[in-house]
Design a protein around this ligand. Structure first.
Ligand code: GDP
Ligand code: MG
Length: 364
């Protein structure tokens, strides 16, 4: 209080002050004040369990890395056809009545397509819209390798088109443009190309580097070309590889409480291989993988990088964007979850009080 008084700040010990005041105060009394982001705090928490995921990745031997499928998010203005396009992609890659068709909505799905003579997989995040994308990014989760920007050819660039492409560009995620609704008589796909050049998305046919594909999600045309464009974009500049031979890590895509099955969470494996029986922690949820189900409703025993699966066996429901990992044992899983819960409780308390008082500061 005295130091602050001399700095011209009248404060009582219980009064709340903002971050910058604490920084000034700290400097004045010889302490370096560090304002820690939730992500950094979680990193430190995991490090206290001997888990340093970033370092682990840096240390990975090139020989351990194997090619993994690209993970794609569909973005664009409302009503430009994101949902319809995701359906069309699902349908074109499934032969009618074929066993193993995509039957479950689990928040993500993987399809196989023939590309330049090879069978290739692509993973689609099935929750369209950049809200989900930003929500996950806000929690430090980078799930997307490539964004498909859907633009309706009868409508052209709209506010959310720009928002979506800004988000993708800020995240350094390459964009493939799906010019949709080309079946409509008033469709003007050339205009879409024209408009997007102003945002730095220059079509290949205009001398740029971005692939534009005309599609009709309604009629199912152009879908194969779109998938080819995604794979060409992946192969052109992205080094999509991961080590499947370690404990799994990844992201929770969506999760819910199911009456019969309890907590069911769709996770995207980003590294390692997830197996039935593994101990697992996702955000503040923990448990053991009791069963895994894929988008065909089939039980699977293991899931390799870029594979989305629905996991049963967590004790609670993780949030979209929560990191999941497979720790050494059940005990560690529980301890990590409990520590995170404590951190969240404290953060919630601090937030409820909005700011910190000098009293709290001296306790911290
Ligand atoms: P979202 O809001 O981006 O998910 O858009 P939807 O997929 O819900 O599509 C919005 C509307 O546009 C729906 O009525 C669709 O049937 C229609 N639509 C989507 N794709 C096409 C298309 O390729 N051609 C035509 N004519 N209509 C489409
Ligand atoms: Mg939709």
């Amino acid at each position: 209080v005295t130091v602050l008084f001399h700095l011209g700040e009248m404060a009582t010990a219980t009064e709340s002050l903002d971050e910058s005041t604490f920084e000034v105060l700290g400097a004045e009394i010889g302490y370096k004040i560090e304002v820690v982001s939730p992500e950094d705090e979680d990193k430190e928490l995991l490090e206290s369990f001997g888990l340093n995921l970033e370092q682990e990745e840096l240390d990975e031997d090139d020989d351990d890395l194997e090619i993994r499928p690209p993970v794609v998010t569909v973005m664009g203005h409302v009503d430009h056809g994101k949902t319809r396009l995701l359906d069309a992609i699902r349908n074109t890659t499934v032969i009618e009545g074929e066993a193993g068709g995509i039957t479950q909505h689990i928040g993500a799905y993987q399809i196989w397509t023939e590309h330049e003579g090879h069978d290739r997989a692509i993973t689609f995040i099935d929750t369209p819209g950049h809200e989900a994308f930003t929500a996950m990014r806000a929690r430090g989760a980078d799930v997307t390798d490539i964004a498909i920007l859907v633009v309706a050819a009868d409508d052209g660039i709209m506010p959310q088109t720009v928002e979506a492409l800004n988000h993708a560009q800020a995240a350094n995620v390459p964009i493939v443009v799906a010019v949709n609704k080309v079946d409509k008589p008033e469709a003007n796909p050339a205009k879409v190309r024209q408009q997007l050049t102003e945002y730095g998305l220059v079509a290949e046919e205009y001398g740029g580097e971005v692939m534009f594909v005309d599609v009709s999600a309604r009629q199912g045309t152009g879908i194969q070309d779109l998938l080819d464009a995604v794979l060409l974009t992946a192969d052109a500049g992205l080094d999509l590889r991961a080590n499947p031979n370690k404990e799994a890590r990844g992201i929770a895509i969506e999760a819910k409480l199911d009456k019969g099955r309890g907590s069911v969470a769709t996770v995207l494996v980003q590294g390692g291989t997830l197996r039935v029986g593994d101990p697992i922690v996702a955000g503040t949820a923990y448990g053991r993988v009791r069963a895994m189900i894929d988008e065909h409703g089939e039980r699977v025993e293991e899931a390799a990088p870029s594979r989305p699966v629905q996991v049963q066996g967590l004790n609670s429901v993780p949030r979209a964007g929560d990191l999941f990992l497979v720790p050494e044992d059940d005990r560690t899983a529980r301890q990590i979850a409990e520590k995170r819960e404590a951190v969240e409780r404290n953060a919630a308390l601090a937030k409820a009080r909005k700011r910190m008082s000098l009293e709290d500061f001296t306790k911290a």
